[in-house]
Design a protein around this ligand. Structure first.
Ligand SMILES: [Zn+2]
Length: 421
């Protein structure tokens, strides 16, 4: 059923006013053709957007880091809204386990590059959008070069290394960063790097140590949640382009979907912040991406690397590949194989001969174990099991081994018939 006022708004001649818009050399905004005017008519009817606002949107250049869970709704809505140029950075391919939340991609796209899939979908949503794909990992070597030509960056990353890099590059170039992140049933959104506003480092100075945080492949998330948070990032991006409303500058929006609560906390710019702070206050020590600690790039997805700090016990933990572990099992070597994942994951797939001791219980459970007997630990991708291994080493276990790459590697390299998840 159509509202009466909506029908009335159609009846009037809604196009007479924008024809008065001057197009002079001092007005560099692009024009809209008749197809675009029809397409964006519900924007044109808003005083806060209007013809000039829509031309601003068309003139805008927005860089999306990641074409995944957060990048899907932001790309779709920003394309639909008529953002003239969308840059898209991703090097991944579409996996079946992406589809429950990454609505940019469909079942027929599994195995394709995310950029190809996104290009086809975005072209269908709005052929007026110019796409600039970057089929690469966003890293310290290319971040400034890629971001330099864009007006706004949308952080759709799923790991701390890229999140800090995106923040630092945005601050160094003076570009606002429409930030979002998700975890399980919770999300956060803000606008960082705006003039006089705080940045992500004002809130969290340094990335957490590798291994402390779950691997992006390991953390569960409600499929709709990135839709909720990414849509908020798209709204903030449009507000920044249009200069309307109150963007989330200096505010962190906290979303908790189980209780369905939204609240904002105030975030102030920290004069001592290493990237956006003031030199007089001991801040602004990062003046180029080269000034950052070299180990940031090793925190990707929280996977500990060979040069992890040895003081946490990592140096005493042996790593074993899936194929080597399979050979040892076949040989009949004597060790305990312990799966530290959650029962729901154990129910999906497991390695024969293992026993389940979820990470949260291994501290107590291992009190009864023989500290000299070899324990081989595995999880999904190798992060939680490394955490468990470090706990055991701290308790005096002397023979601890971690399965590199977890059951994902086992499935890939040893037994492809096993269920993936
Ligand atoms: Zn800062």
């Amino acid at each position: 059923m159509k509202c009466a006022w909506l029908a009335a708004s159609h009846a009037r001649d809604q196009y007479d006013w924008y024809n008065d818009m001057p197009m002079t050399a001092a007005d560099p905004l692009p024009t809209l053709n008749s197809e675009e005017i029809l397409r964006y008519s519900r924007h044109l009817l808003l005083d806060e957007v209007g013809f000039e606002g829509q031309r601003r949107i068309k003139n805008a250049r927005v860089l999306l880091i990641g074409a995944g869970g957060l990048g899907s709704p932001t790309a779709l809505y920003l394309a639909a809204a008529g953002v003239g140029t969308l840059g898209l950075v991703d090097f991944d391919i579409v996996d079946a386990s992406n589809l429950h939340r990454q609505v940019l991609h469909g079942t027929s796209d599994v195995g394709r590059s995310k950029l190809d899939s996104a290009r086809d979908r975005i072209r269908d949503v709005n052929p007026h959008v110019h796409l600039e794909p970057f089929n690469t990992r966003f890293d310290a070597g290319n971040a400034l070069e890629i971001l330099r030509d864009f007006d706004i960056v949308v952080d759709g990353t799923d790991n701390f290394a890229t999140r800090y890099l995106t923040n630092d590059a945005a601050v160094l170039l003076g570009k606002p960063n429409a930030f979002g992140c998700i975890f399980r049933f919770e999300g956060q959104a803000s606008v960082f790097g705006a003039q006089n506003g705080p940045c992500y480092r004002c809130l969290f100075r340094e990335p957490p140590p590798a291994g402390l945080i779950p691997n992006c492949a390991e953390a569960g998330v409600l499929g709709v949640l990135p839709g909720l948070v990414g849509t908020i990032q798209a709204v903030e991006t449009l507000k920044l382009i249009l200069g309307i409303g109150e963007p989330l500058i200096g505010r962190l929006l906290l979303i908790e979907s189980l209780g369905m609560t939204f609240r904002t906390i105030t975030v102030r710019r920290d004069p001592a912040c290493p990237v956006c702070g003031d030199a007089a206050a001991g801040g602004a020590t990062i003046r180029s991406l080269d000034d950052r600690a070299a180990d940031y790039d090793d925190v990707t997805c929280g996977v500990p690397t060979a040069n992890s700090d040895s003081s946490n016990g990592a140096a005493m933990i042996r790593e074993i590949s899936a194929t080597d572990l399979a050979a040892r099992i076949t040989r009949g070597d004597d060790f305990d194989l312990v799966d530290v994942r959650e029962p729901a994951e154990w129910a999906i797939v497991r390695i024969d001969g293992a026993r389940l001791v979820p990470l949260g219980t291994i501290g107590d459970a291992s009190n009864e174990w023989d500290r000299s007997r070899e324990v081989v630990l595995y999880c999904k991708a190798g992060v939680r099991s490394m955490n468990a291994a470090e706990q055991l080493v701290r308790k005096g276990f002397t023979n601890v081994t971690n399965l590199t790459g977890g059951i994902v590697s086992w499935t890939n390299d040893v037994d492809p018939s096993l269920q993936r998840y």
